[in-house]
Design a protein around this ligand. Sequence first.
Ligand code: ZN
Length: 122
Amino acid sequence: MHEFSICQGLVKAILSELEKLNPPNPKLQKASVVIGRLRQIIPETLQFAYEILTKETAIAGSTIEIISAPILAKCLKCGWESEIKEHNFRCHKCGSGEIELSGGMELYLNNLTVEKESEILR
Ligand SMILES: [Zn+2]
């Protein structure tokens, strides 16, 4: 289950991003992350890992949204370009195996949704 180690890195990155905000460490509602399909992450497992890993932290109770990035391939022979499915790294036009991948390995924080502090009426 490599989701746990990937999630550990994400949680660390989220906490450090929240610290940089002004005012620092607002309450996190949702973290949105982009993960390429080549990383073969099972969203449910990552969600489960996130829940466990954030339990004892300041971001407990927040949710993680996974945006899956497609695998983009370009044929070096005929110039064909498209999104491909896993385990079929061939040009769909000329059948060449000489393709260049330009997507699918993404792994980064896309957006953090934080709770706006409600105004206190005096
Ligand atoms: Zn081709």
